[in-house]
Design a binder for this molecule. Sequence first.
Ligand SMILES: C[S@@+](CC[C@H](N)C(=O)[O-])C[C@H]1O[C@@H](n2cnc3c(N)ncnc32)[C@H](O)[C@@H]1O
Length: 249
Amino acid sequence: MPDPPASWHQPDLAAKFLQNVRGAIPLSIEQIDMMLRMLTAARGERLENFLDLGCGDGVLSSAILDENPDARGCLVDFSEDALAAARQQLEAHTERVEFILADYAQPGWAEEVARARPFDAVVSGFAAQHSPNGRKRALFGEIFQVLKPEGIFINIEHVASATRWTESVWDDCMIDAIFGKELRASENRSRAEIAREYYARAVKEAGALAPLEVQCDWLRETGFENVDCYLKVLELAVFGGQRPAAGNF
Ligand SMILES: C[S@@+](CC[C@H](N)C(=O)[O-])C[C@H]1O[C@@H](n2cnc3c(N)ncnc32)[C@H](O)[C@@H]1O
């Protein structure tokens, strides 16, 4: 694979992303790198604006704004605390960002971004994965409607394993990753303790995730083209699609 874009390559930038929760996510830097590549492939130099749905502390927006000095970001979250963290993380880009408190589980959410739409890109990271299937399918349609022709939707998400066997490999990978992160932070929990907590949480969340193939079909049915999974490691996927050019839908 060719080198990532120059500014993304700076060690301090990569370190910034690894310090937060993404430090325990396998290939987290590569996921964000792939998102940036897909945005560039779809929009080239023309990335004027984007929407970050479920922005959290603004990690995805920060990468996009760093890579695209003229782009404007619209960040949506239903948590005041998340928006406050994003505001702080994006202090250097204040002029180019807008923060919106909204709940995209409610069908009317798109009205809240009416002033800023349509968008060249919609991105979402680990945010829509717990929406019930019917609501999520509808959300894909609402995202389609706020995109410009040829605009792109990139979703970085936790998806269901295809089989129980691949799920067990995924579970081991995650427990190792959390254990490794805690070791680096000099925390003293054993791998067994981490595994116990991990499985307790996994049981609670079981059945909530939709498989990747099903979600890609929802995107195609919505009207997206170039639908694909652009990067995947077990249950972590970067996938999405492009709204067709004007006249083609
Ligand atoms: C796991 S965090 C991920 C944050 C960030 N996108 C990232 O990639 O690190 C998920 C975020 O989505 C937000 N969120 C979840 N459901 C939402 C909803 N229905 N409407 C708006 N924000 C939501 C949460 O408040 C949280 O900040």
